[in-house]
Design a binder for this molecule. Structure first.
Ligand SMILES: Cc1ncc(COP(=O)(O)O)c(C=O)c1O
Length: 394
């Protein structure tokens, strides 16, 4: 197997793996479900939780939490190449998708275009719109390997299309969608593009203004290697007057008084969507983890390394007789999907797990999935290949 890393990479990879002990105890190839935590993240979670234990939950610590909240929003804004006032913190991707989709002004017969292979994080809010408002949900084959996403979207759009709901990176096929082209096309019929970035944020470059999307919902626990319960939602500045509030809470209201006679005035930035507090220890962990990746790993380096490892996995898996790669090589980021003749995907996942190699299988299309993170090494891929070959001979 060709070595991807230079000697300076070796140094960095050793530093990263010392920070992330889980990735040295198992062959960790499932960041698409949950990324590994770094020591820095867990130290920050623990330090804050201990501070609360020893000194209570009111006072200077809670003031620090407000500062960290603003810092985390700024870190996400930097990652996505947008301004601070376009970012709200949420609890996960699904919440961001719901906030964006339920905030539009739906009429019976309006159309929403999505794809069969989308995640429930986008499909379930779409189904809710259908049940509540009589929205017509159009399911396309976008994201599948034999589909040209641009052609499929063009066919599905009509003058009644109000929203297009697609993932930047598909969890079930690994396809990285050409969001700029798709967004431009959707905008031509006046549709709003609500993009699920659960798999994209931290995996591939995601400069939202360049992607042309109107809303971009992400999670912390996957490719950002953060704790559960924190995510973010980007809403482009000029869309904030069009995506109305579904929730109303602490940060959403400008005048901050909601007594009987007060007229409600929503904030004039994306904080209007940030309606609830976060568990402060998690917020501190999320924030530290983002700073660690930005400052010590480097987003550009992390994106490149993720892609190179996925390409390496693609090559090496492709050499295994009886293994079928699903997506063309030039359409993937950090997820490689495949099937192995005569081994059902669930059995392959279980057989590898017994060898301490963690991957997963996904439904529709039923495939195995390998996720390569910036912390992985070439030896992880070699171990995966050996593991699959050993299961073929059983
Ligand atoms: C594409 C995609 N969207 C949404 C989700 C759900 O993410 P969350 O639990 O953060 O809402 C996932 C999780 O696997 C996903 O892969």
């Amino acid at each position: 197997m060709s070595q991807l890393s230079t000697s300076s990479d070796h140094h960095k990879i050793a530093m990263i793996r010392a920070q992330m002990p889980a990735v040295t105890r198992e062959v960790y190839l499932n960041t698409g479900t949950n990324g590994p935590l770094s020591r820095r993240t867990v130290d920050a979670i623990t330090a804050y939780a201990c501070d609360e234990l020893e000194h209570g939950r009111i006072g200077p610590a809670s003031e620090r939490a407000s500062a960290v909240l603003a810092e985390s929003r700024a870190l996400i804004a930097e990652l996505l190449g947008c301004s601070l006032d376009e970012i709200a913190l949420t609890h996960n991707t699904t919440e961001g998708m719901n906030i964006a989709l339920l905030g539009l002004d739906w009429q019976p017969g309006d159309e929403l275009v999505t794809a069969n292979s989308e995640h429930e994080g986008g499909l379930n809010p779409a189904a809710l719109l259908k049940a509540r408002y009589g929205v017509n949900v159009i399911y396309t084959d976008i994201g599948l390997c034999d589909c040209d996403p641009v052609v499929s979207l063009e066919r599905a759009l009509t003058p009644r299309t109000r929203a297009v709901v697609l993932s930047h990176v598909s969890w079930t096929t690994g396809a990285v969608l050409p969001m700029r082209e798709l967004s431009d096309m959707a905008h031509q019929v006046g549709a709003v593009v609500v993009c699920d970035a659960a798999q994209a944020a931290g995996m591939v470059p995601a400069r939202v203004h360049d992607l042309g999307v109107d809303a971009y919902a992400l999670s912390g626990q996957k490719w950002l290697c953060g704790p559960d319960g924190i995510g973010a939602l980007y809403v482009r500045k000029d869309m904030q007057s069009k995506i109305q509030n579904t929730f109303s809470g602490y940060y959403t209201i400008k005048n901050r008084v909601a007594h009987a006679d007060a007229e409600i005035v929503f904030g004039d930035d994306a904080m209007r969507y940030q309606y609830a507090f976060h568990y402060a220890p998690s917020l501190f962990g999320f924030n530290e983890g983002l700073k660690w990746i930005r400052d010590e790993v480097g987003w550009e380096w992390a994106h490149r390394r993720t892609r190179e490892l996925a390409q390496c996995a693609y090559e090496e898996l492709g050499k295994i007789p009886g293994l079928r790669l699903y997506m063309p090589r030039d359409r993937i980021g950090g997820l490689v999907h495949f099937s192995v003749d005569d081994i059902p995907p669930a059995d392959l996942t279980a057989g590898l797990s017994a060898q301490n190699i963690v991957i997963r299988h996904v439904p529709e299309p039923l495939l195995n999935r390998v996720a390569t993170g910036f912390f992985n090494i070439e030896e992880d891929i070699a171990a995966l290949v050996r593991g699959i070959r050993s299961l073929q001979t059983v």
